[in-house]
Design a protein around this ligand. Sequence first.
Ligand code: WQD
Length: 329
Amino acid sequence: MNILVTGGAGYIGSHACVALLEAGHDVVIADNLSNSRRETIDKIREITKKDIIFYEIDVKDTNKVEQLFNNHNFDGIIHFAGFKAVGESVNKPLEYYYNNIVSTIVLSKACIKYKVNKFIFSSSATVYGDNEVPFVETMDLMPATNPYGQTKAMSEKILMDAAKAHPDFSVSILRYFNPVGAHESGLIGEFPKGIPNNLMPYITQVAKGKLNKLQVFGNDYPTIDGTGVRDYIHVMDLAEGHLVALEKLRPGVHVYNLGTGQGTSVLQLLNTFMEVNDIDIAYEIVARRPGDIPISYADVSKAKKELAWTAKRGLKEMVRDAWNFEKNL
Ligand code: WQD
């Protein structure tokens, strides 16, 4: 199939492009490089030995998107492009609503107009808010109080209503838990601009000596060791989840959790990183981060049953591959 991947130069998008190309699909990337790098496109080519077409465009731009759909016959689209920093979204709500919602509307309209009837949407476990764990797809959403989580919940609703009005328009909504790690080659990985918000890139930058100490945000949560628990999933497992969601997409709208179903605390992840990579990481316990929930992990039975997909890589591969990418930078 010929697939448009928006945000394909980004962290998860680039890994999904590798999985798509290695499965024999053709890929066209549209990315405005606002949170990614042009050289990532060359790294995807180096890993897969396949060519990709790349457009540096903003997918909110209706004219540019029209040209794109005019010039290519897409069989499907995977929409990754979007702002994704929770903390930043609190300070810049209008930018987040405008960017994340308008891009979804512009692309959905183009898909319906050009009869591109397979739409895979990059959503997030943030839409569950602090529901009871494990999070299940049928739960009522309680989007986190941050605008980022709201944009994901609203985009899901927009896609569901669009599919109701246009029965041929089929959608798979993928709710990610905590993506970490990198492709085994070490050529692509998580390369955040500025000081990382997320735990794993912060750890790898301390290991590299770019940052001097990890701050653990609270150890007084009701968890195994008091630190926050999350469902970390290897980014290549996540990428493969997109591939099967696309290839097995049936008519209608389908929602899937992409996680491992396992919860891991901050200190458990930190200790696994230190043991596997034989590196000491300095850390200190500080106050909780506002907005954090204590525990988040997925019920993964639906993706297993309907997509025959489960995450295959464990914490050891996650911390090994994350460090392998960082140390090669
Ligand atoms: C994980 C754990 C922190 C940094 C967010 C978004 C989610 C998704 C992934 C986009 C928590 C702790 C973190 C640090 C720490 N993004 N931590 N010190 O907050 O679970 O999820 O990123 O889709 O939508 O909400 O990920 O990596 O920031 O935090 O102690 O320097 O690590 O408190 O328990 P989070 P995270």
